[in-house]
Design a protein around this ligand. Sequence first.
Ligand code: FES
Length: 70
Amino acid sequence: MPYAIEVKAGLDYWLCVCGKSGTGLCNGSHKTTDKTPSKYTPTKDETVYVCGCTRTGNSPFCDGTHKTPK
Ligand code: FES
């Protein structure tokens, strides 16, 4: 399932792409993987949906792939 994160315009966010943070925001857990977080600076206040399954085709954002069989 994706992680819904409320972001504010102009702030920098490091979004998790490894699926290990458990929140959608990078917490350093990727250091045991070959992944690196994705920097995101929104241009407006919004809610983003960060992929939690690591199968998205639009990393770091959810594209609905988690709804399909593995
Ligand atoms: S904890 Fe997942 S990319 Fe950093």
